[in-house]
Ligand binder design. Structure first.
Ligand SMILES: NC(=O)C1=CN([C@@H]2O[C@H](COP(=O)(O)OP(=O)(O)OC[C@H]3O[C@@H](n4cnc5c(N)ncnc54)[C@H](OP(=O)(O)O)[C@@H]3O)[C@@H](O)[C@H]2O)C=CC1
Ligand SMILES: O=CC(=O)O
Length: 328
C-alpha cells in the first residue's frame, strides 16, 4: 500500500517530486486555515504530515486516525501538541542544525542594525534628508567590546555568541537551563542567573524555545532590570516576551532599542506600534530565510518523513519516546 502524505506548506518541485516518488501526496500549497474542509478530509487518510507555520491542535489529530509521523519545516515545534502525538506513538521530526548559522546571522544582523541604526539612517538617505554631515543625534552605539547576554545557550545561542566573542571581542554572559562548559572554554562565556545577566548586559539576545516555562519569560520586571542603554534582541519566539511590557520599556526609555524577528502575533497586527518606533528594527520572522537554508530545511523534512514512514529512525526526532514505543 502506498502511504499518503499531506503537505501543507509550499515546497519546491525537487522536494515535492521526492515525496511523490514514494508516497501519494495531498498538496496544499496555499493553505489559509487548518479549518479548510479539503485539508481536513485529506488528514483522514494521511500517514504523514509535512509543513510549518500552522498550529496543529490536538483536536486536529482526531481527524487523522492513521497518522504515523509529522515533519515540521522548522526547528521550533511549539505549534505541535508533543504530548498528544507521543501518546499516540506519532513521531514528530524537526530541522535543527541546518538553520543554526543562518539564524545566528540574523541575530547578529539585528544587533548591528539596531546598535548602528542602519535601517533608520538608510531611510533618511532614501528620503533625501541627508543634506549635511551627520551629527550626534544620529550616532549609534558600539557593538565591539560590549557585553552580550544570551538567554538560552543552545545551537543558535552559541552561534550568536561565537560571532560576538570571536568576531567583535564581546564578553559573553549566558543564562540557560544547563551549564555549557565547552562553550565557556571556547568563548570565555560566563553562566549567571537571568536577573544578573539582564542587569549587566549591553545586548540581551533571546534564543530559548517557546515552552510553558518560557512564555513571557521577559516581562515588565525583566525590562526593569536592564540598563537604559540596553539593546534587546529576540530571534526565538514572540510569546517568550510580554510584548506590552516591551513596548512600554521602549516608550519610556527603560531600554534603548530592540531588534525583533518574532512577535506575539504573526504577521504583526497593523495596530502594533513596534514597526513605527525609531528605536526598533522589526523583521518579518526571517531568521532562517535564505535560499540555501530554506532548501536545506525542506530537504531535512523530506528525509525525516521518508525515513519515518519507512519505519526507520528520522534524522531529527523531537519525541524520542514515540520512537522507543515502536522499537523492541
Ligand atoms: N527567528 C527564527 O526564524 C528562528 C527561531 N528559532 C527559535 O530558536 C529556538 C532555539 O533554537 P535552537 O538554538 O536550535 O534550540 P536549542 O534547543 O539548541 O537551544 C535552546 C536553548 O534554550 C535553553 N533553554 C530552554 N528552556 C530554557 C529556560 N527556561 N531557561 C533558560 N534556558 C532555556 C536550552 O537549554 P538546554 O541546553 O539545557 O536544553 C538550550 O540551550 C527554537 O526553538 C525556535 O523557537 C529557530 C530558528 C529560526
Ligand atoms: O522559526 C523558525 C524555526 O525554525 O523554528
Amino acid at each position: 500500500m502506498t502511504k499518503r502524505i499531506v503537505a501543507y506548506t509550499r515546497l519546491k518541485p525537487i522536494h515535492l517530486d521526492q515525496l511523490r516518488q514514494r508516497f501519494h501526496v495531498d498538496y496544499f500549497e496555499a493553505l489559509k486555515s487548518t479549518d479548510d474542509p479539503d485539508f481536513r478530509q485529506a488528514l483522514g487518510q494521511a500517514h504523514g504530515l509535512v509543513g510549518s507555520s500552522f498550529v496543529i491542535a490536538p483536536e486536529l489529530l482526531e481527524h487523522a486516525p492513521q497518522l504515523e509521523a509529522v515533519a515540521t519545516i522548522s526547528v521550533g515545534y511549539d505549534n505541535y501538541p508533543v504530548e498528544a502525538l507521543t501518546r499516540r506513538g506519532i513521531l514528530l521530526c524537526n530541522t535543527p542544525d541546518v538553520l543554526t548559522e543562518t539564524t545566528a546571522d540574523t541575530g547578529f544582523l539585528l544587533i548591528m542594525a539596531t546598535a548602528r541604526r542602519a535601517i533608520e539612517l538608510a531611510e533618511l538617505v532614501k528620503r533625501g534628508d541627508w543634506t549635511a554631515s551627520i551629527g550626534e543625534p544620529h550616532f549609534g552605539t558600539d557593538v565591539h567590546g560590549k557585553t552580550l547576554g544570551m538567554v538560552g545557550f543552545g545551537r543558535i545561542g552559541a552561534g550568536v555568541a561565537r560571532r560576538g566573542a570571536l568576531g567583535f571581542g564581546m564578553r559573553v554572559l549566558y543564562a540557560c537551563s544547563s551549564p555549557k562548559p565547552a562553550l565557556e572554554q571556547e568563548l570565555s562565556a560566563v553562566r549567571c542567573e537571568l536577573n544578573e545577566l539582564l542587569s549587566q548586559a549591553d545586548f540581551v539576545c533571546v534564543t530559548v524555545p517557546l515552552t510553558a516555562e518560557t512564555t513571557h519569560l521577559i516581562g515588565r520586571h525583566e525590562f526593569g532590570l536592564m540598563k537604559p542603554s540596553a539593546i534587546f534582541v529576540n530571534i526565538a519566539r514572540g510569546k517568550v516576551v510580554d510584548e506590552a511590557a516591551l513596548i512600554a520599556a521602549l516608550e519610556t526609555g527603560e531600554i534603548h532599542a530592540a531588534g525583533l524577528d518574532v512577535f506575539e502575533q504573526e504577521p504583526l497586527s497593523p495596530e502594533s506600534p513596534l514597526p513605527h518606533m525609531a528605536n526598533v528594527v522589526a523583521l518579518p520572522h526571517v531568521g532562517s530565510a535564505t535560499h540555501e537554508t530554506r532548501d536545506a530545511m525542506a530537504q531535512r523534512a523530506v528525509d525525516n518523513i521518508t525515513l519515518a514512514l519507512e519505519g526507520k529512525r528520522p534524522l531529527s526526532l523531537v519525541n524520542e519516546a514515540a520512537w522507543r514505543g515502536k522499537t523492541p
